[in-house]
Design a protein around this ligand. Structure first.
Ligand code: OKP
Ligand code: ZN
Length: 341
């Protein structure tokens, strides 16, 4: 399997609010290093991303949001702030439906939903490069009619049309799905196997039938992102019936998780897509420091093997996984289980 990657991500490492403390984010450059080391060890062919197509990006994200992300750091500095990262501190809550604010401190809350994610000097270049990796992986998958791994960082599945959060700024899986649509696939499936619900991906495609979304994740009644990902969210309008959420309890282990995976794969087969995107998070691992499922390293090749039921081509997009030491081995376990050799 080919891998698309780049090193531009390296200078992006922001602060997050975690348990009442501001810490260096769990989502750090060393994660990508571990994945790169593991894919190099099995000799996966590596290519850099092509130039990002702005129109593609504007078909999954609000142009005003993109302009905000691109200028947020400069506006933060111009407002007199001296911190390493721009952080929101207030958000529109229930019944607060007024117009968008016009200053950077207000706009940060308008365009985000969580304080685990902030914006530094190098965040926009890193996020744009991550989306370019996604776009290039989709193109490569169509051209070669084979599976491709988009080693994205920062991740993307929590980013909605116009909000960042959960370490995500641009929705890389959505970029892949839209590119596959634009390159001739009439129906595309996104399967999200990260521990956390892909609220951003669900949001972007919630009213569309041409991109179906299925997600296995920790029950949002007890887990981030808390406010989306429930079983009764099945799509709206043209997208009615095109969204499947399979929330699972804390402590879920391999056998129950794999049974839910089979349910999602059956649902996707019934939808009859001609291409698939896998939001590949391995924070389902038992030693993950911020997650509570109990999959073992030996389980990930079996996950990959079961994913062979997806229609060709498949694009794997890296999402979460915070047990840094085992991250590369677990990701490559899925990729090699899917396509040995
Ligand atoms: C991003 B992805 C820990 C705060 C964690 C939310 C998790 C974001 C996960 N106390 N912040 O889906 O792996
Ligand atoms: Zn996650």
């Amino acid at each position: 399997m080919q891998v698309i990657r780049s090193d531009i991500h390296r200078r992006h490492h922001c602060a997050e609010l975690d348990g009442g403390k501001i810490i260096d984010s769990w989502e750090h450059p060393g994660r990508a290093d571990m994945v790169d080391r593991a894919t190099d060890e099995v000799d996966m062919a590596v290519s850099p991303p092509a130039v990002l197509d702005r129109r593609l990006l504007e078909s999954v994200h609000d142009p005003g949001y993109l302009a905000f992300l691109e200028t947020a750091w400069t506006r933060w500095v111009d407002a007199g702030h001296t911190t390493a990262c721009a952080m929101a501190f207030t958000w529109p809550a229930r019944r607060m439906t007024g117009p968008a604010p016009t200053t950077i401190d207000g706009l940060l809350g308008h365009h985000s939903f969580a304080a685990d994610c902030s914006i530094g000097a190098h965040t926009w270049p890193a996020a744009a490069e991550s989306a370019a990796i996604a776009q290039t992986a989709a193109d490569r998958a169509v051209d070669a009619a084979s599976a491709v791994f988009a080693r994205c960082r920062p991740p993307g599945h929590h980013a909605s049309r116009d909000q960042f959060g959960g370490y995500c700024y641009l929705n890389n899986a959505a970029v892949v799905a839209q590119r596959l649509r634009d390159r001739g696939h009439d129906k595309v499936a996104i399967l999200d196997i990260d521990y956390h619900h892909g609220n951003g991906t669900q949001d972007i495609f919630y009213e569309r039938e041409d991109v179906v979304f299925a997600s296995l994740h920790a029950d949002p009644r007890r887990e981030f992102p808390y406010f989306l990902g429930h079983a009764d969210e099945t799509g709206r309008g043209d997208g009615a019936g095109a969204n499947l959420n399979l929330p699972l309890p804390h402590g879920t282990g391999a056998s129950d998780w794999l049974a839910a995976l089979d349910t999602a794969l059956g649902w996707i087969t019934d939808a009859a897509p001609t291409a698939a995107v896998v939001s590949l998070g391995v924070d389902t691992y038992h030693d993950d420091p911020i997650s509570r499922f109990t999959l073992a390293t030996d389980d990930f090749p079996e996950v990959g093997r079961r994913l062979r039921r997806l229609p060709d081509p498949v694009v794997f997009v890296l999402e979460g996984g915070y047990a840094t030491e085992q991250l590369g081995v677990n990701v490559v376990g899925v990729l090699r289980g899917f396509e040995p050799g």
